[in-house]
Design a protein around this ligand. Sequence first.
Ligand code: XMP
Length: 320
Amino acid sequence: MIREIKVQDLDTEKFINEKVKEIKDTVGEGMAINALSGGVDSSTVTMLGHRALGDKLRTVFIENGLMRQGEPEEVVAFFRDLGVKVEVIDAKDVFFAELKGVTDPEEKREAIRDAFYKKVFGKIVKESNAKFLLQGTILTDVDETVAGIKRQHNVFEQLGIDPEKTFGYRILEPMIQLRKDGVRMVGKALGLPSALFDRIPFPGPALAARVIGEATTERIEMARKATAVVEKWLKNSGAFQYMGILHEDRVTGMRDGKRDFGQQIEVRCWDSVDARTATPTRLSFDLLEKLAAEIISEVPGIVSVTYNIATKPPSTIEAV
Ligand code: XMP
């Protein structure tokens, strides 16, 4: 049973000092490795690990081709400014090969997980001789996995998998007693800029969760452009999360006086506290019109833009 540390009981300095000591003592003279995605959890654990281990922690960013516009460069630059070197591993081809022809949402998630663990990161860990893998697992990941809601890619022990036996390395999970709000506090105390610890949530399967149907490079690029426009217009909306989703069905439109059997982007913007339930944000029609106009001009082939007005449940936040 993992003992939860609630935010009202969290003394960030004490927590950081304890975890730094634990990581140092456990790793000793050895090497550790971790994968940084730029999300709150992996960013915070990267800072914690570097405070404990310095150069004995190797941090890699796996470029899976599914991240948002400019994201890999931005994340690396943020950490460079914080004095942390991040190695970028270009694995775009591996991920797109794994996603080829896959249209079912769960199969897509599995393809991404397999590409990450079996084909890319697993290999890097083995070749690195690192004996420890540092992971940003949080209590919510464990809960959701145990409850069978969402099998989180970073949860092993609770599924009866012994990583030392299965993969040959031990996993360190210094944040497993925290939830998201606690992680944000620790991240802030470790000096992360608010652009990192206060980001809107972004799913593990990345833009593949925003493309209905096959996630090809071209279709991911369309979702990437749409998401960039949506994030630009809605960043001050105060909403919990917002995104652009590329649909699979084509719709008739017209362009340059001719019929254009084009594609469709659905905009979603959610008010929510914990992502378990959500309601669509009451955005102004003016704002929605500006958004639509920019999506149509920025994303080639789009002839229709819609705004989702259903609640979660029965909808979910992401469309895949
Ligand atoms: P849903 O779409 O299930 O999303 O309503 C709830 C929250 O979780 C994020 N999300 C994911 N995060 N792996 C993740 O790490 C996933 O497969 C995944 N699917 C959704 C979503 O962005 C939202 O914040």
